[in-house]
Design a protein around this ligand. Structure first.
Ligand code: CA
Length: 297
């Protein structure tokens, strides 16, 4: 099999940043705008491609992920749990606390499934193995524990036929797959799809295209990778920053892959080598994604 190394891919700096930890990019296909968060800074950004300015909402605590709601507004995985965010008023309302007994944990990556449930996981701030979990916020606002003993809960995606859920616990260095029951929101039969070699960095956020191929962001990997549904490595797109955190499809044809990155923890010497660390990049791809699913609660 040939692995395409797309050094000639069109990679642009879409938004210069710099973010401490840019994350959770999500395309608002109704507004034609990109949202993303800066986790430790507790910021939710919104930007219209081509605009010179970014509008920013201060959450008041770290925010791991954000998703759109069907009724307008946003749902977010903040440090303390699941929260509703009103962009008009700037109000952040904690709907359900998560792991209130574990103050050293915070929520991390999250995403909505096709039925409008919001899934998000947690991690210990010191990345202590096994301290976190994966949770599901149902449309009736009940919270279920999906997984416990998770280390750094990260990327989520569902196959176009909705029969498979993909999931990344970064410290496992694996992209896992589950059988997915879309009607009941249940997962079963976890197994590894892709074992990411140490030299390639740690798998972080993921996005899936309409052909069912997964794009995987690589923390400390200077790249995103595309994997086939059978786990085969299809393409590598090098990027001008080491800490690549996540990606999502946007633009009018959903073929602009927006990729977030982090400047956190880099020395002055590192930053001279990667002046775009913390930027949002845009990579033009051949196969489009699907519009982001919205929370139905
Ligand atoms: Ca992440």
């Amino acid at each position: 099999m040939t692995i395409r190394r797309e050094d000639a891919a069109i990679v642009e700096v879409a938004v210069a940043g710099p973010a401490e930890v840019g994350e959770s990019p999500v395309w608002d296909d109704i507004a034609g705008e990109l949202l993303w968060v800066d986790i430790p800074a507790g910021l939710i950004h919104r930007w219209r491609p081509g605009a010179a300015t970014v509008s920013t909402l201060r959450v008041g605590q770290p925010v791991g992920a954000v998703a759109l709601s069907r009724t307008g507004g946003l749902i977010a995985a903040v440090r303390d749990g699941f929260a509703a965010v009103d962009e008009e008023t700037g109000t952040v309302e904690l709907l359900r606390a998560v792991e209130a007994d574990r103050p050293d944990n915070r929520m991390n990556d999250g995403k909505c499934d096709s039925a409008g449930r919001f899934w998000a996981g947690t991690m210990a701030e010191d990345e202590r193995p096994g301290a976190g979990g994966l949770y599901r916020l149902d449309v009736d606002l009940s919270v279920s524990t999906v997984l416990s003993g998770v280390s750094v809960s990260n990327g989520l995606a569902w196959s176009p036929d909705d029969r498979t859920m993909y999931y990344v616990d970064s410290l496992e260095r694996s992209v896992d797959r589950f059988d997915f029951d879309a009607e009941r929101g249940r997962v079963a039969n976890r197994r590894s799809l892709v074992a990411v070699e140490v030299a390639a960095g740690m798998p972080d956020g993921i996005a899936i295209d309409s052909a069912g191929h997964l794009w995987v962001a690589l923390w400390d990997g200077w790249a995103i990778r595309r994997y086939a549904p059978n786990g085969g490595l299809d393409a590598i797109v090098p990027l001008p920053a080491a800490q690549i955190t996540s990606c999502t499809f946007g633009g009018p044809d959903l073929r602009d892959l927006y990729v977030t990155s982090a400047a956190s923890g880099l020395s002055a010497a590192d930053l001279r080598l990667q002046p775009h660390a913390g930027a949002v990049f845009r990579v033009r791809v051949d196969v489009p994604g699907a519009p982001a699913a919205r929370f139905a609660g």
